[in-house]
Design a protein around this ligand. Sequence first.
Ligand code: PLP
Length: 450
Amino acid sequence: MSTTAASVVDDLAGKTPNNLDALWMPFTANRQFKANPRLLVSAEGMHYRSVDGREILDGTAGLWCVNAGHGRKEIIEAVQRQAERMDYAPSFQMAHPLQFELAARLTAMLPGDLDHAFFTNSGSESVDTALKIALAYHQANGEPGRTRLIGRERGYHGVGFGGISVGGIGNNRRQFRNQLPEVDHLPHTHSLEHNAFSRGQPEWGAHLADSLTSLIQLHGADSIAAVIVEPMAGSTGVLIPPAGYLRRLRNICDQNGILLIFDEVITGFGRLGASFACELFDIVPDIVTLAKGLTNASVPMGGVVVRKGIHDALMTGPEHLIELFHGYTYSGHPLACAAGLAALDVYRQDELFDRAADLAPYWEEAVHSLRDRKHVIDLRNLGLVAGIELEPRPGKPTTRAYDAFVRCFEEGLLVRTTGDVIALSPPLIVERSHIDRMFGVIGDTLDQVA
Ligand SMILES: Cc1ncc(COP(=O)(O)O)c(C=O)c1O
């Protein structure tokens, strides 16, 4: 009997493949992983199942993305139905109905005049798209000299050349030396000295936004196109914005004609207990980048939403000419749009963003219950996110957190580590009993890890 791909899917659901060698894994210590692989083969609700049949509690919503929990039937059904109806439609000079519907529903969720959505396939593509739109806007607006882009230390904006240039993670930049020119960075906002063990937004640090004024003095306001920040920096270890910091950035940008981009790839779709961080902080950025929760991670998709004035500035000139020379073969892919529409339905019907807000105080208590555990030097939380910072082992940074991650996995809990920080971001369907279990496992693990 010939083997079909469908039967391979079934067949491989219960075993580790013989050949692990051909695959080059992303952001992974490949040789270490392949010596002791960790494979997941199925998922439902709050849990994964590992290849050896163990139930693993998902403390990270996959990679900050499965906000409605795993295996949502509504999403599966929508994707299946669209796959049968039409697998793909060209995205240039052609379209299909779902992408218009998703754009309309997505922009309706965002505040102010954030009215126009451009679709991509990932957070990295969203970031590079947003940076390009910022440059194109200033050119169309009669200020072609505004070409400088400002990011922030410890910012993560994906792995495109634009994203690593404005990003502020040394390791992500070191191997790729020729990045975008004309980029500068704000200082990050993390301070153990002033803010350790803050609950929610730390009090200290709003003044760090004023560094933008220094960069403006250095480079000239009329040379700066945009500032991009994560409203809450996730990937570099859960850095919560100090109270008042983002408002200050917004004001300085306004005073100087600089676009403010919020990278909401993690913070979008309920993670912080509001639909988006811009809603939570009551700030309307000029551009918002999205991905992850947009489809509940079931099909890859990203998006960039821009304010009306930015879009309209580019909708000029002869109507037969393309306004923005940018796009992807899979922009607004039909399967991704079907998944996105279904995900937005699920979020609304299950009121998951409110649920996250309601659970946040319980979550906060659970996070800070770890205060006296071994190795803990900081705990921070916002919405359904937590950062547990560990004292690094002398001369061996990251190894203690990595050991804790492996031990938690062996105990049936998936956490994420970055540097010496354990980051948690469960699906928004998480129950109190799951929260108790997560922090129970982590507390015990910290006591056992050397
Ligand atoms: C804030 C932020 N921007 C961009 C990205 C990149 O997204 P992707 O991995 O989908 O390219 C991420 C991924 O974690 C992210 O957290």
